[in-house]
Design a protein around this ligand. Structure first.
Ligand code: SF4
Ligand code: SF4
Length: 483
């Protein structure tokens, strides 16, 4: 049998999960119990519950979060955004991005350890299933080393079948955010050929989730996640991190060894780490802030009747016995940028109109000169963003004197979330025409909740050219009447 490459000993220069020959070392972190494990489990179940519940919770007749791509409507807790409102996303995402910067500068990788979907689903769903089927870390390692037969085959088949089922459930729920639960249910009940797009979406994401949670796991945090890379630039010596108290723990030594620190070198903190880090070597990029090593070490300290907190949440300055400053320039800057993003988002959300007005020029020539008028033809697109019918009115509020607008009814009724196209013809008498002009259309609704103005340009020949044409036409007429 070929010799197995030796598993790397955690160190700061290499990634523990990569062996010396470049092959992957599949980790089996040991179980932990403790206050942080319990709190993280609670928060994970709350987040998973929220993910499961949001498509079912109705606000104003629609799911609380419903990204209705087919209808180009986005429902967020009662707000209805049309495709035209998507510029808001820029400010929303900017606000969220800077809030993450701010939280990271203060609290390090608290997002990764407590709220990231990768951690939440991996640690609290997939690994739990794995433990339930294959046993604790020691039993799983023994199963890895066993020949592929008998119990190993049945356990592995069962585990991967459950993983595929879980991945399919998570993906179908994700799809529900785009199509709603009733539509999802009708898709599930119908043959795949009736909705190939949705079927391929589910098949692709199920496969991707299964690959990620069954095999790729911590590699996503270590080699792919951009936030993981970015966080080293966002934190400083005052940020809260999970670390090891070198002053108290070193030199390591067995219990009752004269002169030894509090670390008894039991290696429990390394055995429980899901990314293979030895936190005693200092803060490392692979650490996702999962708190497992805190609980593991606290448990050891309890047994040894030593104070907890040899591994704990603290700043690097705190570990070095210096003062931790929460308020510092970078937290002010990130908070300021977060306020700008959040402020603009709130302002923009408060100004969202319940209707939308779009105007495009009709196909064909940009203008027509016939009879006594210069004519432009437009197509007006009206959208009712509300869940109830609405009566809209479109008026031409700014135009050259004498201009005539036709094609728009006095009041236009549009059904819930409906959309209508109406032609609009604007004519300016030649006698008052002076060239291109700015027109302003105004959309109002009869409840007084909608008031949108839109500028459009009336185009035509230059006034001089029009006069020359008129003179030529007059001359032609005179010639026609000559005997
Ligand atoms: S769990 Fe605590 S005592 Fe054990 S090796 Fe880690 S730091 Fe030392
Ligand atoms: S070092 Fe500790 S906190 Fe960081 S990933 Fe490992 S177990 Fe989690």
């Amino acid at each position: 049998m070929p010799a197995q490459p030796t598993p790397p000993v955690p160190n700061r220069d290499t990634v523990t999960t990569i062996r010396s020959d470049g092959s992957r070392l599949f980790l089996h972190p040991a179980d932990t119990r403790g206050r942080f494990t319990a709190a993280r489990r609670l928060s994970a179940f709350a987040l998973i519950g929220l993910y499961l519940a949001l498509p079912w919770i109705k606000i104003g007749g629609y799911p609380a979060v419903f990204l209705d791509v087919a209808e180009r409507r986005f429902h967020f807790f009662g707000w209805i955004l049309a495709a035209q409102d998507l510029w808001l996303l820029f400010f929303l995402l900017t606000g969220v991005g800077f809030s993450l910067f701010f939280v990271t500068a203060l609290l390090g990788r608290v997002w990764c350890g407590w709220a990231c979907p990768q951690t939440v689903f991996l640690e609290h769903v997939y690994r739990r299933v794995e433990r339930w089927i294959e046993g604790d870390a020691q039993e799983r390692r023994a199963l890895d080393a066993a020949p592929f037969e008998g119990e190993k085959v049945s356990k592995r088949l069962f585990k991967h079948a459950v993983f595929i089922l879980l991945s399919a459930i998570i993906t179908n729920l994700l799809l529900a955010y785009f199509v709603s639960i009733p539509r999802l249910w009708s898709m599930i009940s119908a043959a795949p050929g009736e909705h190939w797009g949705a079927f391929l979406f589910v098949a692709f994401f199920t496969a991707a989730l299964y690959f990620n949670f069954a095999w790729f796991r911590e590699q996503l945090c270590i080699v792919i996640c951009p936030y993981g890379r970015l966080q080293s630039a966002l934190i400083d010596d005052h940020s809260l991190v999970i670390g090891y108290d070198v002053t108290r723990g070193e030199p390591r030594g067995k219990l009752n060894t004269p002169g030894a620190g509090h670390c008894v070198d039991c290696n429990r903190c390394v055995q429980v780490c899901p990314t293979g880090v030895d936190i005693r070597q200092g803060l490392q990029m692979e650490c996702v802030g999962c708190t497992a090593c805190i609980d593991a070490c606290d448990d050891v300290m309890d047994k040894l009747k030593r104070p907890r907190g040899l591994i704990r949440y603290d700043s690097l300055n705190g570990f070095a016995g210096k003062v931790t400053r929460w308020l510092r320039p970078r937290t002010f800057v990130y908070f300021g940028l977060f306020l700008v993003g959040a402020g603009v988002s709130i302002w923009a959300l408060s100004t969202i109109q319940p209707g939308s007005l779009g105007v495009t020029r009709m196909q064909g020539a940009p203008y027509y000169v016939d009879g006594a008028y210069v004519r432009n033809q437009f197509m007006v697109r009206l959208i009712n963003k509300r869940n109830e019918p609405a009566l809209f009115k479109v008026t031409l509020v700014q135009a050259p004197a004498g201009a005539l607008a036709s094609g728009l009814a006095e009041a236009i009724e549009i059904g819930p979330l409906g959309e209508e196209l109406h032609p609009l013809v604007v004519q300016i008498p030649r006698s008052v025409y002076t060239g291109n002009a700015c027109l302003v259309l105004r959309l109002t609704d009869l409840n007084g909740r909608c008031d949108i103005s839109k500028e459009i340009e009336f185009v035509g020949p230059s006034a001089a050219l029009l006069k020359e044409d008129e003179a030529a036409e007059r001359s032609d007429r005179n010639h026609d009447h000559e005997p």
